[in-house]
Design a protein around this ligand. Structure first.
Ligand code: MN
Ligand code: MN
Length: 465
C-alpha cells in the first residue's frame, strides 16, 4: 500500500464527503433496507388515499398498544396515544419522561398525494358512453394520467349520515377505469399544444361504462344503468356525489424496480415514502426522554390548507392538550419543540440533469436528504432552518451512523416548491426538512431507492427515541 500524499490526507480531513451508501454500508444494513421496504410496499398498496393511510396507521398503532387520546385523562411516561382528526390527519404520541412543556420531538409527513378528484356533479353520458368529470388535486402533469388504468377510492356520505366506503379497481378481478387520449393519427393539432395543455383539465374525463339500461325509450340510458349499479351497491343517487370525496388514483401496485431490486416504483410515494418511516419509527419508540410525536397530515399537496392541513391549529392543539394534561404551558411546549419535516426532495435524474445544480442536488442511494430550505426564487415560501438547528441534526445523524446528504429543489430560478416545514416553524418550533429523494415526483408512478427509505426510517427513530 502506498502512503497517502499530504494533499490526499488534507482532503480527507477537510472536504465534504458524499458517497453512494450502497458502497459504504455493510451487507447487514443493505439486507435490513431490503426487508424494511417489503412492509413499505404493502403500506403503499393499502393506503392510496389519506383516509386509507390513517386507517392503516391506526390499526398498526393499536396493535402496538396505542390508545385513543381522551381529553381530561392524564397519561404517564411511556404511554402511547393517538388523535385522529376527521379520519384524514393523525397524531401519534409516546409520552416522555420529561414534562411535555420541556418540548416535543415531532416528525411530520403528509399522506395526501396528487390525484384526480370527482367533481360534485361528475356523472354524464356522451355518444353512448358514461364518464366522470374530475378536478385534479395537487401539481400534476395532466398528460401522464391518460391511458393508464385507474381505481376509485373514497367515501360517499348519504343524507342520513351513513358513510359508504368505495374502493373499486384494486383487486385483480375488479374493473378499472381509464381516461382516453387521442390517437396519434388524428393528433396533428393536439401535438402543437404546449406540454402543459397537451391534455387540458376539462379533458380529464374518466370512462366508467357503456352498457345502456335495457329500455326502448328515453335518453341517457348508459348513465342510468351506471346509477342503477351504484344505487344497488352503495345506496346512492346522483345527488349524493355532492357529499362525497371520491378520488381516482392509479390502479397499479407498488413493485421493485431494476434487475438488482434496489428501487421501488409506486403511486403516492410523495409523501408515503416519509410517512411510513415516521409511522414505523414512532411505533418502535419506548419510554423516550422527551415526548415523541409523529404527525401524518392531509392537504399538503394543495397548500396545507383546511382543518386537516398543517396550516390549521391541529398540531398546536395536540401539543397544547398534551401539555395541559400535565398543567404545562402549551406555548412554552411549542417553543421548546423540535421537528423533522419529513418530505421528499427531487433526486437527480440522469436524463434531466440540467434542471439541477450538481453540487446541491440529491442522488439516489446517497442516503436521507437534509434540505435546509425549499421555496422558489429568492427563498420565497420557506422556513429557512437555523444553522444551530441543522448542526444539531447533522450531529445526530453522524453519531448514529445514518447516511445523509444535502439537497436543494433544483437550480435557482428554475422552479421550486414547499413543504409543511414553514407552517410548523410559524408555531415557534425548530424545523428542518429531511426525507427521501424521488424520481418522477408527482407522476402516477414514482421511483425511490430502498437504501434511502431505510435511512429515513433510522433518522426518524433516532430523532424521536
Ligand atoms: Mn411532499
Ligand atoms: Mn408533493
Amino acid at each position: 500500500m502506498s502512503e497517502k500524499t499530504a494533499a490526499e490526507q488534507l482532503k480527507e480531513q477537510l472536504f465534504l464527503k458524499r458517497k453512494n451508501g450502497r458502497l459504504t454500508s455493510d451487507e447487514a444494513v443493505l439486507n435490513k433496507a431490503q426487508e424494511y421496504c417489503e412492509g413499505y410496499k404493502d403500506f403503499l398498496n393499502c393506503a392510496k388515499t389519506e383516509r386509507e393511510a390513517v386507517k392503516a396507521a391506526v390499526k398498526a398503532a393499536e396493535e402496538k398498544g396505542f390508545k385513543k387520546f381522551e381529553y381530561g385523562k392524564t397519561y404517564a411516561a411511556g404511554d402511547k396515544v393517538y388523535i385522529n382528526n376527521r379520519g384524514k390527519t393523525l397524531a401519534l404520541a409516546v409520552i416522555g419522561k420529561q414534562p411535555v412543556e420541556n418540548g416535543v420531538n415531532i416528525t411530520a409527513a403528509h399522506i395526501d398525494s396528487p390525484r384526480l378528484d370527482l367533481k360534485p356533479n361528475p356523472l354524464y353520458e356522451d355518444v353512448d358512453l358514461a364518464l366522470f368529470k374530475t378536478h385534479y388535486y395537487g401539481g400534476i402533469k395532466k398528460y401522464q394520467w391518460t391511458a393508464v388504468p385507474l381505481a376509485l377510492h373514497g367515501v360517499c356520505v348519504l343524507k342520513d349520515g351513513t358513510v359508504k366506503e368505495v374502493s373499486v379497481g384494486e383487486k385483480d378481478n375488479e374493473p378499472k377505469f381509464v381516461i382516453n387520449d387521442l390517437l396519434p393519427h388524428l393528433a396533428s393539432e393536439q401535438v402543437k399544444r404546449t406540454l402543459n395543455e397537451g391534455i387540458k383539465g376539462e379533458e380529464l374525463n374518466v370512462l366508467i361504462g357503456s352498457h345502456p339500461f335495457k329500455d326502448d325509450k328515453g335518453s341517457e340510458l348508459v348513465k342510468l344503468n351506471i346509477l342503477k349499479l351504484l344505487n344497488e351497491k352503495y345506496g346512492v343517487t346522483e345527488e349524493d356525489f355532492l357529499s362525497a370525496e371520491l378520488e381516482m388514483v392509479p390502479a397499479a401496485k407498488s413493485c421493485d424496480i431494476g434487475f438488482d431490486r434496489s428501487l421501488i416504483g409506486s403511486y403516492g410515494q410523495d409523501d408515503r415514502v416519509c410517512a411510513y418511516p415516521a409511522l414505523t419509527a414512532v411505533l418502535e419508540v419506548e419510554n423516550p426522554e422527551n415526548t415523541a410525536l409523529a404527525i401524518l397530515t392531509d392537504k399538503e399537496e394543495i397548500g396545507s390548507c383546511g382543518n386537516t392541513g398543517l396550516e390549521s391549529d391541529f398540531l398546536r392543539f395536540v401539543i397544547g392538550d398534551l401539555a395541559k394534561m400535565q398543567n404545562g404551558d402549551p406555548t412554552v411546549a411549542l417553543r421548546r419543540s423540535r421537528c423533522l419535516s419529513a418530505d421528499v426532495n427531487a433526486g437527480m435524474d440522469p436524463t434531466f440533469q440540467d434542471v439541477m445544480e450538481r453540487r446541491n442536488a440529491s442522488l439516489l442511494n446517497y442516503g436521507v436528504v437534509v434540505t435546509k430550505y425549499t421555496g422558489a426564487r429568492g427563498k420565497s415560501g420557506t422556513s429557512d432552518a437555523s444553522a444551530e438547528y441543522v448542526a444539531e441534526i447533522r450531529s445526530m445523524l453522524d453519531k448514529e451512523g445514518i447516511v445523509w446528504q444535502t439537497g436543494e429543489l433544483g437550480k435557482v430560478d428554475i422552479g421550486g416548491g414547499g413543504t409543511v416545514a414553514m407552517f410548523i416553524a410559524n408555531m415557534g418550533v425548530d424545523v428542518v426538512d429531511l426525507g427521501v429523494p424521488v424520481l418522477s415526483m408527482h407522476a402516477p408512478f414514482e421511483t425511490t431507492a430502498k437504501f434511502d427509505i431505510y435511512m429515513c426510517y433510522r433518522a426518524m427513530y433516532e430523532f424521536m427515541k
